[in-house]
Ligand binder design. Structure first.
Ligand code: PHE
Length: 459
């Protein structure tokens, strides 16, 4: 067997590291703000359980069956015809990673600026983001750090570094949450965040919650297939998956506590829905703690964000590298260089999409709308909102109709002998057969109609 994680705990931490990322700390709070507050959080948690869990388990099982990832995994199960699924996964990973790496670069940039005591950095976000050189160099730096870890391999690279980064991340987030929920005025924010108001449910709430659940759990793009391929055959997949979901959910929920407490206590609730929130609003707030205090708390926050991003970029790169190594028998080193170079090159289009290039900043206009969206936003709509659910649906269809349920169940029963008779097992099988195909299909249709054609079927 190929070398993999040295222990089960190593797998859980690495897979949780892949899931926990900018999606939790940066994206989750603004999705909650746009999705109506507590009600979004409620729907999100349900989606993690009924869609996220069965999907993660299926992906791990596909990878672990023959300890192969990507195209090789599907071919080794005897389904060459279905190789278009891992190819689609790779395309999605490249697209998502290309802009994710740019945002990850900004987290390093902001760590440096705050450490220098530049509390005006928030006001200057536009000029940083639109500066091709600055954003470009930081995206290269973020990529180099990721390459440094991935090139070392699974146990001495990924596992070793995520084991250091994840506890640091939890520590930082706990400290920041305790601090922020005690701010005066925080309770209003907590009410908005935690008390569901059903009247605020819209179609957008539903499809954004599903998109966010897939993005945050890193499912639907073959990443977990790659991680599963390194897992020992006697490990309990259900248990591991639940641990990963709980870790991911707790970081998202804690980030929400922090962000809503801070924004409401500062009277900035209207900005909570903006994607730039973390970069534009927070740096100025850190100034309130005095020069030294502000630098320490601000640096802690942006480092937290960078660590979260790093454990995810490592997963994104690893999934590409593992597929290329398995399929083309290329050396790990060479595969790492090739994949990172391609992602970085495409990423430069996103670097230019925040003001540096007019064509990329005003990239497309959907027919129903009169404003242009940037290349980076377009890639987000295309890859994470549309292609990820399609790919997730294909994975479920593949597992049910091509690989077949009995084989999947057999794989999931390794390390969990009474899987079929256990109520958790029954729930997962039911969700895979019925809930996932129906719900994901509906949401795909809703998303495409709404995003690309402006049609809201509720209205
Ligand atoms: N799940 C990561 C996050 O929440 C993002 C990610 C997506 C990572 C896809 C790997 C694969 O930030």
């Amino acid at each position: 067997m190929r070398s993999g994680f040295s222990s089960r705990m190593g797998f859980i931490i690495a897979a949780a590291g892949s899931a926990v990322g900018l999606g939790n700390v940066w994206k989750f709070p603004f999705e909650v703000a746009n999705g109506g507050g507590g009600v979004f959080v409620f729907i999100y948690i349900i989606f993690c359980a009924i869609l996220g869990l069965p999907l993660i388990m299926t992906e791990i099982a596909i990878g672990r069956r023959n300890h192969l990832s990507g195209i090789a995994a599907f071919t080794s199960l005897g389904h060459k015809k279905w190789s278009f699924i891992p190819i689609l996964s790779m395309v999605i990973v490249v697209l998502i990673y290309s802009f994710y790496n740019v945002v990850s670069g900004w987290t390093i940039l902001y760590s440096v600026e705050i450490a220098k005591g530049n509390f005006e950095a928030g006001k200057n976000f536009g000029s940083f983001a639109s500066n091709f050189k600055i954003s470009g160099w930081y995206s290269i730096l973020s990529m180099l750090i990721t390459v440094f870890i991935v090139i070392k391999g699974v146990s001495s690279g990924i596992e070793r570094y995520t084991k250091l980064l994840m506890p640091a991340l939890f520590f930082l987030i706990f400290a920041l949450v305790i601090y922020s929920i005690t701010l005066p005025g925080a309770s209003e924010g907590l009410k908005f965040y935690l008390v569901p108001d059903l009247s605020k449910v819209t179609l957008k709430t539903i499809y954004s919650a599903m998109g966010q659940a897939f993005f945050s759990l890193s499912v639907g793009m073959g990443i977990t297939v790659a991680y599963g391929s390194y897992l020992q055959s006697n490990a309990n997949v259900a248990f591991m998956s639940i641990m990963v979901i709980l870790a991911d959910l707790s970081v998202a929920l804690l980030s929400g506590l922090m962000v809503f407490s801070i924004t409401y206590s500062q009277g900035l609730q209207d900005t909570a829905g903006g994607a730039g929130l973390i970069f534009t609003v927070l740096p100025g707030l850190f100034a309130n703690f005095g020069d030294i205090g502000g630098r320490i708390i601000g640096l802690a926050f942006f480092l937290l964000l960078f660590f979260a991003a790093l454990t995810s970029t490592v997963a994104l790169l690893e999934s590409l590298v593992a597929s290329v190594v398995d399929k083309y028998k290329m050396s790990r080193k060479k595969a790492t260089y090739v994949c990172s170079f391609i992602v970085l090159a495409i990423g430069f289009l996103s670097v230019g999409a925040n003001g540096a290039s007019d064509t990329l900043t005003h990239f497309v206009k959907y027919s129903y709308s009169d404003h242009y969206i940037s290349f980076m936003d377009f890639i987000g709509n295309l890859a994470s909102d549309t292609l990820v659910p399609i790919s997730a649906l294909l994975i479920v269809i593949y597992a049910i109709f091509a690989w077949k349920m009995p084989n999947l169940i057999k794989e999931l029963s390794k390390g969990f002998p009474n899987f079929v008779s256990n109520s958790l097992g029954k729930f997962v099988i039911f969700a895979l057969k019925y809930i996932c195909p129906v719900l994901i299909s509906c949401v795909i249709v809703i998303t495409i109609l709404q995003i690309f054609f402006g049609i809201d079927i509720l209205k």
